[in-house]
Write a protein that binds this ligand. Structure first.
Ligand code: AMP
Length: 568
């Protein structure tokens, strides 16, 4: 008797297209918000005494855009910004877009080597920078790479190494030769009329590149993902829709502005819905976030998982009234189920969503919905975003069946223009059919929910068995003493690789390797039980909250070698 095979469902999903994409520039998006919500609060920056309505924000943006033009900058020119979160960052974000300038986001944790590379790579004509912050002396670092600076008059720089760089603007209060104070830049606006700016704005296309964001690659030099108005405006809008954002919402943004989580999903997301963007401070601090949410009655809170962990663990957590919170986004790294549950229960974020994406895709391609069943909401990154397509492929490029892990590839309006001035690296990432190969390992189930199970490079192959670190991390999170955990593979002479769990314990508790291993025995397959357990006080992290597994791997490997040598 012939058996009939049921058709195999492949891991290829496409988002809904009912709500059309918007054909708008960033400038037009802000103008539309001002027209609809002129007197609504647009921006609050705690510590800077900034509380602006949409009208007030737009007036300052226009002034800065005119000042850029008055300083000789023209559409297509690159303008760098190197600063922790502040009101001027947001003004620069919109003013550059309005004048057709390409904003270059520089990580405030960059040091001279990376700064020199990024400024030269993008031939920046202007740089706006903080004076100093914590241990970072930004003006000093610039003087290190531009020795001519001491001799320059403000705004007339001529540097041998950076021939395009003509304007340095100091966002801070310190005064130093060669740097134009931000107020003095703003004062230049009078030389250019609003009409001139309007004409420039009118000639821009939503498909023009408007932003270069350097991605934190683990190898090689940073790559400048180049995004258009169209990429950013639409992604920000749909991220807001995913949270059911309205003009009554107040969005607390403790994530960095230089990253798409802050400037695109945060600020632009708020502007597309008339909500208020509220910054608790220049950089993340759990206490200032909790204070800000309580005081400003925020309804939305963003964060990477480690930020939420730090807030929940804060010794004074119970003192803060977080009852105003409704929704928010956890994203940027694997979101542990246990942390999601706590955020829902203890932080009142009953409609919190998880987003998954990457800078190169503007950034979001999966988002859980506010009304997905709880299990799906805490345990997956949700379903495919509108107008975006995703497939999961195996090593030869064939699409795998539902439920099978493979590399996640994204296609659609959100895929970047390319890496700035890097055609070869662009072609390695985005194939001829427009698929962005993310390097993330994922599984899509029958109903289209997606789970990120690790990075292709982080997958552990132990004795021919594929081990996905995420699965073991999720299991270890159930241990009452474990605060945070990262699972990595280390070389092993017998199995090729062995599983190593690097654990941060909760305050005041102690544990042994054997105790953690015993917790796993009989609960997860034997080959997933960590052969090694290391205890650490903190993980090496990027500013955007990603645990740097390659560094952990190096450290652990070195320690294990040392141990082997000592016992040899
Ligand atoms: P970035 O370009 O800095 O935004 O980093 C993008 C990377 O962060 C992705 O390729 C993923 O590896 C990781 N990532 C982002 N969101 C998630 C998430 N919700 N779950 C797991 N990994 C994530």
């Amino acid at each position: 008797m012939a058996t009939q095979c049921a058709p195999v469902a492949l891991s290829h999903v496409a988002g809904p297209t009912g709500v059309p994409l918007q054909h708008r520039t960033v400038g037009e998006t802000l103008a539309a918000a001002v027209e609809r919500w002129p007197t609504h609060t647009a921006l609050v920056v705690v510590g800077q005494d900034v509380r602006w309505t949409y009208e007030e924000l737009a007036a300052r943006v226009e002034q800065l855009a005119c000042a850029f033009l008055a300083s000789g900058l023209r559409p297509g020119d690159r303008v760098g910004i190197w600063s922790p979160n502040c009101a001027e960052w947001v003004l620069t974000q919109f003013a550059t877009a309005q004048a057709g300038l390409i904003l270059v986001n520089l990580n405030p944790a960059y040091r001279v080597f990376e700064l020199r590379f990024a400024l030269r790579k993008t031939s920046c004509r202007a740089l706006l920078l903080a004076d100093s912050f914590k241990s970072s002396d930004y003006l000093g670092m610039l003087r290190d790479i531009i020795p001519e600076l001491a001799l320059e008059r403000a705004g007339l720089l001529l540097s041998e190494e950076f021939p395009d760089l003509r304007l340095l603007v100091n966002l801070g209060a310190a005064r130093a030769p060669g740097f134009l104070p931000f107020d003095a830049l703003m004062a230049r606006a009078a030389a250019v009329s609003s009409q001139e700016l309007l004409e420039i704005g009118g000639a821009l296309s939503p498909h023009d590149p408007i932003n270069i964001q350097f991605t934190s690659g683990t190898t090689g030099t940073p790559k400048g993902a180049t995004l258009t108005h169209y990429n950013l405006v639409n992604n920000a809008f749909f991220v807001g829709e995913g949270m059911r954002l309205t003009d009554a919402d107040r969005v607390c943004i403790p994530v960095p502005l230089y990253h798409c989580f802050g400037m695109a999903m945060g600020v632009l997301g708020a502007v597309t819905h008339g909500a208020a963007a509220i910054f608790p401070g220049p950089s993340f601090e759990a206490q200032s976030v909790l204070t800000c949410v309580a005081k400003e009655r925020c309804t939305v809170l963003f964060g990477v998982p480690t930020m939420f962990i730090a807030e929940l663990e804060h010794p004074r957590f119970a003192e803060f009234d977080l009852g105003s919170l409704r929704t928010g986004i956890m994203a940027g790294a694997p979101c542990p189920i246990a942390v999601m549950r706590k955020v829902i229960d203890s932080m009142h974020m009953r409609e919190i969503t998880i987003c998954y994406g990457m800078t190169e895709t503007s950034p979001v391609s999966f988002q859980s919905s506010t009304d997905d069943p709880l299990e799906r909401r805490v345990g997956t990154v949700g379903r495919i975003h509108p107008h975006v397509e995703v497939k999961i492929i195996e090593a030869h490029g064939d699409t795998v069946e539902r439920g099978v892990a493979g590399e996640l590839c994204t296609r659609g309006y959100s895929v970047m223009r390319g890496y700035w001035d890097e055609p070869e690296r662009t072609a390695e990432a985005v194939d001829a059919d427009g698929w962005m190969h993310t390097g993330d390992l994922a599984v899509i189930d029958d109903q289209g929910y997606c789970n990120i199970v690790g990075r292709v490079k982080d997958m552990i192959i132990r004795g021919g068995e594929n081990v996905y670190p995420r699965e073991i991390e999720e299991f270890l999170f159930k241990h009452p003493k474990i605060l945070d955990v990262a699972v990595v593979g280390v070389p092993d002479s017998r199995f090729g690789e062995a599983v190593c769990a690097v654990v941060r314990l909760r305050a005041g508790v102690q544990a042994t390797d054997e105790e953690i291993q015993a917790f796993c025995q009989g609960q997860i397959a034997h080959f997933k039980v960590p052969r090694y357990v290391r205890f650490v006080d903190e993980f090496p992290m990027t500013v955007t909250g990603k645990i740097q597994k390659f560094l952990i791997r190096d450290i652990v490997q070195r320690e294990l070698n040392l141990r082997a040598e000592a016992t040899a």
